[in-house]
Design a protein around this ligand. Sequence first.
Ligand code: CP
Length: 305
Amino acid sequence: MKNLIDIMQLSTDELQELIDRAMDIIANPAKYAEACHGKKLATLFFEPSTRTRLSFEAAMYELGGNVIGFSEANSSSAAKGESVADTVRTVGCYADIIAMRHPKEGAPLVATRTAGVPVVNAGDGGHNHPTQTLADLLTIYREKGGFENLTFGLCGDLKFGRTVHSLISAMSRYKGVKFVLISPEELRVPRYIITDLLEPKHIPYAEVTSLEAAMPDLDILYMTRVQRERFFNEADYMRLKDTYILTPDKLRAAKKDLAILHPLPRVNEISVAVDDDPRACYFKQVLNGKYMRMALILKLLEVNV
Ligand code: CP
């Protein structure tokens, strides 16, 4: 594998390899401290980010490498009209690997054609976010010990929430997985998720609107933010943004070993009062993302430790 654009490029065996590597990094950080000495990561972020960009950068520094890049399109020559293809062809002259976020679906795939170095999709529009899924998977693995026989509740903006699309794709390959897709009618998952992924594999799913009714059955609750930046109409965003707000009261009906995940950033959809609940895993997810990005960088750069 030379690039990571879609989580489905990684087999379940390769996902497990990355998880095993991340667990070894957690246990033996000193072993990896110089693993990428002399290598450079470029972070090309045409859209805002806190976790993804900074965790990629922290990952490369903790592997002994260096980082270059930009954090907004306006500080690059994209502002003068340069194409993605030319930008990455240029950056490929300076860096050994590129992590790229872009508002246009498919832009990181286009980048693979001219970069000349591995490209990682760090989020493309409302499409995919494979390295967030790596963070999600390590969190689920550490909380649940594996991926089989889990009931997932995915709640919020399932239409534009790219993390949801990548996570459903990844989890659709494990036995005994069920999905409860909790959203307003207007923000249901794109139909291709149902027709191309869930129905052909006969994976049980339900599309519902009530979080409260779904709660007792869930092993994982994956909350998401309503993606204001993808709406065409501010009035629709204002109407839908607070449809779901997770509170301690709503969690009374949940399993004692529920794991609550959220890719972050959150706005209102999880009350801060939930943060002290031992089932809240979203800040563990943040840290797990750094370890999985370290494991991914090692794999794409073919560094043996
Ligand atoms: N989860 C995530 O992608 O967060 P950022 O937008 O802060 O990178």
